[in-house]
Design a protein around this ligand. Sequence first.
Ligand SMILES: N[C@@H](CCC(=O)N[C@@H](CS)C(=O)NCC(=O)O)C(=O)O
Length: 205
Amino acid sequence: MKLYNSIGPNPRVVNMFLAEKGVSLPKVEVDLRAGENRQPPYQAKNPAGQTPALELDDGVVLAEILPICEYIEEIHPTPALIGSTPEERAVARMWTRRVDLNICEPMANAFRYSEGLAMFKDRVRCIPQAADDLKTLVQERLTWLDGLIEGRDFLVGDRFTIADIHLFAFMDFGRMVGQPLNPANKNIGAWFERVGARPSAAASA
Ligand SMILES: N[C@@H](CCC(=O)N[C@@H](CS)C(=O)NCC(=O)O)C(=O)O
């Protein structure tokens, strides 16, 4: 098994997930800036032309970070980062989907359409005029989340999960590329510090 890895928040999610599991995998570095991911032979492995991808020993290639993490959780169930019961897993998946759809995806698109435009304009359809609205939408959703996590250590109560990893990796990226944390969101600020202090955050940076 090997991980096609690169810079960027998506590979970081998988790397942080692996670090929390105490699992290390052979890695092949893909040069995103040079566009290696958008050409053969990498594109034959992941037709979406994105990283990361996990190649299994039988040659099957998994792309998309959430299925990759689900697979890792199944073969390395402890510590559970999705859950140990059907209910725990469903709750973690619910929060992961909330942060993905409401925050991570619009944040990534806002980056592609603004600070990342020079890199992305010839790769994907870019909508520069949407960038500011997407950034505002992300901040609105983070403020919504700030209220929801009042009194909690992590997104799913006192349990550290994939939802925390997903949101942390994107927010840590966003703050470096024109989407800073809003200091008024005190709960999110404290949560960000708490997750950032985990050894897996440094190990995956
Ligand atoms: N939905 C994909 C997103 C993957 C993605 O956007 N990866 C970025 C790196 S963070 C990438 O490959 N960017 C370069 C490009 O799209 O050319 C996933 O879940 O893995």
